[in-house]
Design a protein around this ligand. Structure first.
Ligand SMILES: [Zn+2]
Ligand SMILES: [Zn+2]
Length: 241
């Protein structure tokens, strides 16, 4: 677990045939009001919890799991995490929260090919990811958690209920899979994705005063986030409708 700045810790994903999302732990450790942002691929829960404990964080201080979106590589091990954090709440954008509550796994799987692969490779039965959501997030919500303030940005395009979290004070942006730090963007061919919406979301993110970019995969950036997103938009917008 790597400290990005005070109150933000980074656990890199370890990809298999399917990627494993990065996990971020948000909140100043003395606050005892920490959040786990995304959990990662199925089978990786215990490993993630070990990293957190080895980093000196008490598991009981993690009060909630926030999901940037509910693709399998971000939500996969959530039941393992819930087993280790039984009192933690689940916070997710309203749209994908509704899918989770009614056990509709189309966004989790993304398409029929992945659904088949996940069922056979991981033995996941239909309905496995039906979950209660404690808080459904919306555009404009401000989360005052763990001594930091985060604005919730609804940034659809990669998936219908994708969110970003933005901390203006420290100029930190956590965009999920909407944009990466290597001039790439999230795919926009899966269920509920939309290239035109993704372009709008990227345009929006490119307006933010952001230095630190903490995406769902690949490298992170500790400075120059805004310039990176702008360049990414220039490279991709012709493909986004
Ligand atoms: Zn991902
Ligand atoms: Zn994704």
């Amino acid at each position: 677990m790597e400290k990005v700045i005070e109150g933000i810790y980074f656990i890199p994903g370890r990809d298999e045939m399917i990627p494993d999302s990065h996990v971020y732990i948000l909140g100043e450790s003395h606050s005892r009001d920490l959040s786990m942002l995304d959990v990662g691929l199925m089978g990786r829960g215990d490993e993630k919890l070990d990293h957190i404990e080895q980093g000196g964080i008490r598991l009981e201080d993690i009060k909630r799991i926030i999901l940037t979106h509910t693709h399998f590589d971000h939500i996969g091990c959530i039941k393992e995490i819930i087993a280790g954090l039984p009192d933690a709440e689940i916070w997710v954008h309203q749209i994908e929260g509704d899918y989770l509550e009614r056990g509709d796994e189309k966004i989790i799987h993304g398409n029929e090919m992945f659904a088949g692969f996940i069922r056979s490779q991981y033995g996941v039965k239909d309905g496995f990811y039906q979950l209660s959501v404690h808080r459904k997030l919306s555009e404009g919500d401000v989360l005052e958690i763990g001594g930091l303030s985060w604005e919730v940005l609804h940034i659809p395009g990669h998936s219908a209920g994708g969110i970003g979290l933005y901390n203006p004070k420290n100029k930190v942006l956590i965009p999920g899979d909407t944009v990466y730090a290597d001039y790439n963007i999230g795919r926009f061919d899966l269920y509920s994705a939309d290239g035109n919406q993704l372009r709008h979301s990227l345009e929006r993110l490119s307006q933010l005063e952001a230095e630190i970019l903490l995406p769902g995969h690949n490298r992170i950036l500790k400075e120059g986030a805004r310039e990176s997103i702008r360049e990414t938009l220039v490279r991709w917008k012709q493909y986004l409708g």
